[in-house]
Write a protein that binds this ligand. Structure first.
Ligand SMILES: Cc1cc2nc3c(=O)[nH]c(=O)nc-3n(C[C@H](O)[C@H](O)[C@H](O)COP(=O)(O)OP(=O)(O)OC[C@H]3O[C@@H](n4cnc5c(N)ncnc54)[C@H](O)[C@@H]3O)c2cc1C
Length: 387
């Protein structure tokens, strides 16, 4: 019997969701990259379960900066990713009841400088979404630069770009052991052994499991389950041009998708990393919140799904080397924004991994790179496991 061959690369990326696929695609142009994915289908976990929205006014300042720096790639995908179209217009209406006006004012103040938004009166809110109960909303804002994202097309485009630059994708390759062997990392998977001097940990909800496997400190990542519910639209009502409509305190949102309405209670229940499934209680809460705000009957959900949005304590992504020898890089904690920010995050991570200058269009958005570094989390450095 011959021993299984060890695959040698310059960079190993763990996880082929949107984070791993996009950074691997950026790096394959400059280095020999292997992309390891435990599932048979990249995108099976969080990437394939999102609400698929690009919203410039959403998230903390660093996310909004990364979203702005990602807009060009989404708006001109032919030159960046070789696909015709990734976005379709879908304005986002953030609305407030009378008791939520303070939250709306705070949001306006935060986003006004960088995001074109329209102020809305109660009657303008109702005109934009006639399904709302009359009198429910007291005011709102409209983010007119928001879009539906074709997430599958985006993910596949990055995987194609990766492979066309000789990147190698290994599916059904669950990483089970990581150790330092001389200058290289040796990575044992369910489908064979890989070696490379640099690892990028882009394992989504499993990032801390991978860190721990390598003998490095956990970053305190908390996966949080979010539930999505598909319901029939009211009979005879054309929903296609409705805005995505969200509660300003993120208690719920609803949007049209492929002729159905998709709604969410915007739940954030901490969960271990897993194949997340929707819970009956969250479905019931979601429907109840929507029925309080909207004036159409929901008989029973047509289908539902759940996914994990993963955050560290400050809600800002973690992008940078985690070990003193700059050989183990983390790309994690994208929360509920990992699709809309992936073009900028991938270019930023690729520049940091290769020691190149950060692309100026990212710096110009006012992003403070040190605020993304794992160093800010004060995780104690540990010595990697040695084989
Ligand atoms: C309900 C919901 C709505 C969302 N809506 C939006 C939205 O509208 N807009 C937006 O921008 N973002 C949204 N997000 C967030 C976005 O989906 C995530 O930020 C993004 O998908 C994270 O990508 P990822 O590659 O880090 O994770 P994942 O897609 O989970 O990829 C990680 C990969 O690592 C693999 N892996 C893990 N462990 C191992 C191992 N040991 N060996 C090998 N492989 C391993 C997994 O199999 C997985 O494929 C939403 C998320 C959810 C759940």
């Amino acid at each position: 019997m011959t021993a299984a061959r060890t695959v040698e690369s310059e960079i190993i990326v763990i996880g082929a969701g949107i984070a791993g696929a996009s950074v691997a695609a950026e790096l394959a142009q400059q280095a020999k990259v292997s992309l390891l994915e435990m599932e048979s289908q990249p995108g099976y976990h969080t990437t394939g379960r999102s609400a698929a929205i690009f919203v410039p006014s959403y998230g903390p300042p660093s996310i909004r900066a990364l979203t702005r720096a990602s807009a060009a790639a989404f708006l001109d995908p032919v030159s960046t990713l070789g696909v015709d179209r990734l976005l379709s217009p879908r304005p986002v209406l953030m609305m407030a009841r009378g008791d939520q006006l303070e939250s709306l004012d705070k949001l306006k103040e935060e986003v006004a400088a960088n995001t074109p938004i329209q102020d809305l009166t109660a009657s303008q809110v109702e005109d934009l979404n006639p399904l709302l109960r009359p009198g429910y909303a007291a005011a709102g804002i409209l983010d007119v630069d928001s879009y539906d994202i074709d997430v599958d097309a985006l993910h596949q485009a990055y995987l194609r770009k990766f492979k066309s630059n000789s990147g190698r994708l290994f599916t059904n390759a669950r990483v089970e052991g990581i150790a330092k062997a001389a200058a290289d990392w040796q990575v044992e998977t369910s489908a064979g052994t890989h070696r490379a001097p640099i690892i990028i940990n882009a394992a989504g909800a499993w990032v801390d499991d991978i860190n721990t496997m390598a003998g490095l400190a956990a970053i305190g990542l908390v996966p949080k389950r979010r539930t999505m519910i598909v319901v029939d639209p009211p009979a005879g009502f054309d929903i296609a041009s409705l805005p995505m409509t969200a509660d300003v305190d993120e208690q719920f949102y609803i949007k049209p998708e492929a002729g159905q309405l998709v709604l969410s209670p915007a739940d954030e229940t901490p969960s271990p990393p897993c194949d997340a499934q929707p819970e009956e209680l969250d479905i019931a809460i979601g429907i109840d919140r929507i029925e309080k705000a909207f004036n159409f009957p929901i008989t029973r959900p047509k289908s539902s799904w759940a996914g994990l949005r993963s955050f560290v304590a400050d809600g800002v992504p973690v992008v940078g080397f985690a070990d003193p020898s700059n050989s183990f890089f983390i790309l994690a904690g994208q929360g509920g924004y990992g699709i809309q920010t992936c073009p900028a995050l991938a270019r930023l991570a690729a520049a940091l991994v290769t020691g190149k200058a950060i692309p100026p269009d990212i710096v110009d958005q006012g992003l403070v790179i040190s605020e993304l570094s794992p160093d800010r989390l004060n995780c104690p450095h540990k010595d990697p496991v040695r084989s």
